[in-house]
Write a protein that binds this ligand. Sequence first.
Ligand SMILES: NC(=O)c1ccc[n+]([C@@H]2O[C@H](COP(=O)([O-])OP(=O)(O)OC[C@H]3O[C@@H](n4cnc5c(N)ncnc54)[C@H](O)[C@@H]3O)[C@@H](O)[C@H]2O)c1
Length: 258
Amino acid sequence: MGIEGKVTAVVGGGSGIGAGICEHFAAKGAKVAVCDVNAQKAQDVADRIVKAGGTAIAMCFDVRHRQEIEKSFLSIENELGELDVLVNSAGISIIVPCLECTEEIWDLTLDINLKGTFQCCQAALRHMAPRKRGSIINISSQSGKVGHTEYQAYCASKFGIIGVTQSLAAEFAPLGIRVNAICPGIVMTQMWKEQLPSYCKKHHFSAEEAVPYMEGNIPMHRLGTVEDVANVAEFLAWSESSYITGQSINVVGGYIMH
Ligand SMILES: NC(=O)c1ccc[n+]([C@@H]2O[C@H](COP(=O)([O-])OP(=O)(O)OC[C@H]3O[C@@H](n4cnc5c(N)ncnc54)[C@H](O)[C@@H]3O)[C@@H](O)[C@H]2O)c1
């Protein structure tokens, strides 16, 4: 039942939402490959899981490098068994006014967030397709549904993830492989802490004013947590959601409703 024993690769598992999903899945008995470009962060998460009695390995690769991904997925299958679930959570986020957004920022954001997600899906599907089994969960964003100011590259990458998700879902549905996306609202991870100064600059307020302002815009009056996202990822990973594919599920406390 559930995700017990399921081999799950979480890309971007070294921090924030990805790390939360790794720990949540491992606590429910999944065998987790914590994948990240930051080897130390991936190892720390895997060590925490093993110390708590779970099964995890750390895997280091950059989602921009196709060969590294494919080699790592082979290692995951050799060490943990056949891949059942892929979660794509690797990403970067840069708030920058449109007229200051360089080609470098645009390319980096699209390469990691969008091309990286596609490349990991493709590598996983090479293993899943012949077995006609698997569930892929891509982490998009509320910014994949609504455009926010000073956020063109990020929004493009997250809207793009929803397109990739729908296209893959349609292509692989006949094989019984499901592909869905989760669109979280604001979760105060390392990513958000790092971009908070740019966010405050954009809104002309101080760091102390930022979180109350964010909470005030959310009907449920609180920010999201990694557990909020991990619970939905768990549901999408297992057979109880077997008729759900190609969906992009908002986990935003009511901030957006489409
Ligand atoms: N935190 C939020 O509010 C929020 C909201 C909506 C969507 N998201 C999305 O959720 C995902 C996780 O965000 P987070 O807040 O946990 O961020 P985070 O910075 O805490 O974690 C992101 C992880 O991705 C890894 N990563 C970055 N570039 C990589 C690369 N090239 N190859 C492999 N790994 C790489 C980082 O090392 C890091 O461990 C991102 O895709 C983000 O866009 C976050």
